[in-house]
Design a protein around this ligand. Structure first.
Ligand SMILES: *[C@@H]1O[C@H](CO)[C@@H](O)[C@H](O)[C@H]1NC(C)=O
Ligand SMILES: *[C@@H]1O[C@H](CO)[C@@H](O)[C@H](O)[C@H]1NC(C)=O
Ligand SMILES: *[C@@H]1O[C@H](CO)[C@@H](O)[C@H](O)[C@H]1NC(C)=O
Length: 364
């Protein structure tokens, strides 16, 4: 009994409203939209009983939620910039807002509002998310220059939406220092006691699922003292001929390279010629040519390399042979000796020819 009276009032109230002027309503608004930069975005607001009223699209930006931006009033665009258009679709009874070439600033909450009085409105909203590809921030590490045994730290930050994940890898997917695998996650990676094999290019990769991703190379240069490798420890050659002794040097920064014999530094002169070829910042090959061997030239030679981190040397021996060693001395005519290798070669060719015939016969 008690309940009937309020219900009656309610029904009467509504009845009165229907007869005189129906309350405008928003019967549909687009669902949340996730768009990419450059997309065209359409937002639909379907209204009922709103022909007498102004229907507006208003934007509440994420970064400034206190500031309403009026985009459209009815079928008129009021926000400057020619990326907006609005139309009323009679059949759908919808105000359709179109935003061309979506930008980052278009992210936010879009309100469809029917202004029903100076202080009243009917409102519905739709959230628009703009996906932004990752951009690596300038405060990320660019290059690192350090020495063996140091600790290093590489940092990388990126903006974008959603927030990008940061991962690290090396060129050719080489393993990370300190046995940390080939891939590392996180803004900052740290390594202890780096060695020379840890040098090279590292990549910070920022990914948030939005194309294109971002990648930045970080070059890690590690200074280390010279390491010398001799291909051969001993070279034999006959008197009067020449010999080339060789050392490969790995060092960073670039080392100074010298040859020594019996404690004396050798220089280019009538007996010796020193060449140094750098294959890169870190690799050099040095060759000492003993132009025309005399007895005093046999013995131990040292190639020595030094940079600010240290110095190293390796011994290479030149010993006497009775026969001319070829190569290198294949086509030289030196002094009174004149070598002709032709008969030997011809005999070899003949021999291999003979062997081939023999093998062919065997196969059949
Ligand atoms: C680097 O810059 C980004 C913004 O570009 C910022 O979010 C981040 O905190 C900065 N990091 C450092 C370590 O300064
Ligand atoms: C650093 O590495 C070198 C060579 O791998 C090793 O001999 C040395 O003990 C390490 N030092 C420390 C503090 O781990
Ligand atoms: C970041 O990585 C996590 C774990 O792999 C993943 O769940 C998440 O979706 C990634 N975030 C983005 C923005 O790609």
């Amino acid at each position: 009994m008690f309940c009937i009276l309020p219900h009656l009032f309610f029904i009467l109230f509504f009845y009165a409203n229907c007869v005189h002027s129906q309350t405008p309503i928003i019967s549909f608004i687009s669902k949340q939209r996730v768009v990419n930069l450059g997309d065209t975005l359409e937002l639909v607001c379907q209204v009922q009983h709103a022909s007498q009223y102004s229907v507006n699209w208003v934007l509440l930006k994420n970064d400034d939620p206190s500031n309403f931006l009026f985009i459209t009033k009815g079928q008129r665009v009021i926000l400057s910039g020619n990326r907006y258009s609005v139309r009323f679709d009679d059949k759908l009874r919808s105000y359709i807002l179109t935003i061309h070439s979506v930008q980052e600033v278009d992210a936010g909450t879009y309100h469809c509002q029917i202004i029903t009085g100076s202080n009243s409105k009917v409102d519905a909203e739709v959230n628009v998310i703009v996906r932004i590809p990752p951009v690596i921030s300038d405060n990320s590490t660019r290059n690192v220059l350090t020495t063996v045994g140091s600790n290093i730290e590489l940092s990388c930050f990126a903006s974008g939406f959603p927030m990008p994940n940061i991962s690290w890898r090396r060129e050719k997917y080489e393993l990370m220092p300190n046995d940390k695998g080939a891939l590392l996650r996180g803004n900052t990676i740290k390594f202890y006691n780096v060695t020379k094999k840890d040098r090279g290019t590292y990549y910070c990769v920022a990914d948030n699922g939005v194309e294109p991703g971002a990648r930045r190379p970080v070059s890690v240069e590690i200074e280390f003292p010279p390491v010398i490798k001799v291909g051969r420890q001993r070279y034999g050659q006959a008197l009067q001929f020449y010999a080339d002794l060789q050392c490969d040097v790995e060092a960073f920064p670039s080392p100074s390279i010298h040859w020594f014999k019996d404690g004396e530094q050798l220089t280019d002169d009538q007996y010796f010629k020193i060449s140094i070829f750098s294959r890169s910042d870190e690799f050099s090959r040095t060759t000492l040519r003993i132009k025309r061997i005399e007895n005093k030239h046999y013995g131990l030679y040292y190639c020595q390399a030094a940079n600010k981190l240290g110095s190293n040397s390796e011994a290479v021996e030149l010993y006497e042979t009775v026969n001319v060693i070829c190569p290198p001395a294949c086509d030289v005519q030196t002094g009174s000796h004149s070598i002709s290798l032709k008969p030997v070669l011809n005999f070899r060719i003949f021999l291999s020819f003979f062997t081939s015939i023999f093998l062919l016969t065997l196969n059949h």
